[in-house]
Design a protein around this ligand. Structure first.
Ligand SMILES: Nc1ncnc2c1ncn2[C@@H]1O[C@H](COP(=O)(O)OP(=O)(O)OP(=O)(O)O)[C@@H](O)[C@H]1O
Ligand SMILES: [Mg+2]
Length: 362
């Protein structure tokens, strides 16, 4: 749980320290006031990056040339920790309890954080890449070796693509073997995770949507049935001509697909807007349940504008079916707030980047 945060020149937020010592924090304000900015600040302290942009310089208040954010949180042993992130002249410095954090992945086990955001809708109706990203997140928050594998695979893929572009055929056999070996580990991990995740997701979807529709999730590896080093290298050799033509690798875990099915039909093609949103909420809830099952820990939720497409009953159901969490931050437009009734709460009115606490009347 975050006990307090402080920001200096972060987006439009007013520079000050804020207490966040409550299980539920509600941020209520009109459009463009700084609600999502505040969630972004929390996320930055959890993972050392933003969930909205890769361009760190956008985080610095316009007209300034540096920014700093800092948060104090209780870790799983109830010890207080301070984490800070400083940006100056394209240099980012993250510190935990004063010590520099060299690799962002070292932060991951600190504060498991799950964001529910508007763009999650693309997990349902966007490109296959979006769904891969979701599953990378599902695994990434508890399985650091998986993240390392992903990095390794991407590195080999970049090398193979460069070789394909330059038509250096002699290098291909070695790279094919490396790509196959590294990729097969990813496929193996994805297979076992979807096997566990899919029934969980189907169940959570029923709870969140209040319907008895069975939506199943299926994993379709781009290498298909090829599951051994020999089979994959043979496949890569067989498809080499096309790869050379296009100057890139057209098959592999970077092209894997995850699909939602209802009675064997691709559900994402027929889902209504509200149903698509319910799928994304179920995906995030299932991510949390899955994480807790794997680690015994509860995540922090950042819930940003994801209830807008839903009718009142569905919104209330979503709030009621949220899995166990350590702390949750909710953003609401004025008059739209829903309280969880679970543990301590604080309400902040957000206006022009300033957060002012008030007593919520129900
Ligand atoms: N680097 C920056 N410097 C100054 N202001 C910024 C910066 N980045 C974003 N802003 C401002 O922050 C505001 C947007 O804040 P935010 O996205 O948190 O809004 P919000 O309260 O979540 O609104 P909505 O309800 O529309 O989602 C805008 O007014 C934007 O101009
Ligand atoms: Mg917002």
């Amino acid at each position: 749980m975050f006990l307090s945060v402080r920001s200096y020149n972060f987006r439009n937020l007013v520079n000050e320290r804020l207490s966040t010592e409550a299980k539920n924090i509600y941020l209520i304000g009109e459009n463009g006031q700084g609600k999502s900015n505040f969630l972004e600040l929390i996320y930055l302290l959890c993972f050392g990056g933003s969930f909205r942009t890769r361009q760190d310089e956008l985080l610095i208040t316009q007209g300034k040339d540096n920014m700093m954010v800092e948060g104090t949180f209780l870790d799983r042993n109830s010890q207080q920790n301070t984490i800070s992130c400083k940006l100056e002249k394209e240099r980012k410095e993250i510190r935990q309890n004063g010590k520099i954090v060299a690799d962002r992945k070292d932060l991951i086990e600190n504060i498991p954080c799950i964001v529910f955001k508007h763009e999650d809708i693309y997990f349902v109706n966007g490109s296959p890449e979006r769904r891969r990203l979701f599953f990378n997140q599902v695994m990434g928050i508890y399985d650091i070796p998986f993240l390392e594998k992903l990095r390794e695979y991407s590195k080999i893929l970049r090398m193979r693509n460069a070789v394909l572009k330059e038509k250096k055929l002699d290098f291909l056999p070695v790279l094919d073997r490396q790509l196959a070996a590294s990729g097969l580990e990813l496929v193996e991990r994805r297979k076992s995770v979807t096997e566990e995740f899919s029934p969980l997701f189907s169940q959570v979807f029923k709870e969140v949507s209040g319907s008895d529709m069975t939506i199943k999730l299926r994993y379709q590896p781009s290498w298909g049935e090829a599951e051994s080093l020999e089979a994959v290298t043979a496949l890569l050799a067989e498809k080499q001509e096309r790869d050379l033509e296009t100057g890139m690798t057209n098959w592999g875990p970077h092209r894997d697909r995850f699909c939602f099915y209802m009675s064997n039909k691709d559900f994402s093609k027929i889902a209504s807007t509200g149903q698509s949103r319910l799928i994304t909420l179920a995906m995030r809830n299932a991510q949390a349940v899955f994480y807790t099952a794997k680690t015994g820990r509860h995540p922090i939720f950042l819930i940003d504008d994801v209830l807008l497409e839903l009718d009142r009953g569905k919104r209330e159901r979503f709030i009621a079916t949220l899995p166990e969490y350590d702390q949750a931050f909710f953003t609401y437009l004025p008059g739209e707030q829903l309280f969880t009734g679970r543990g301590s709460e604080r309400c902040y009115a957000v206006e022009g980047g300033a957060l002012n606490e008030y007593q919520a009347g129900r």
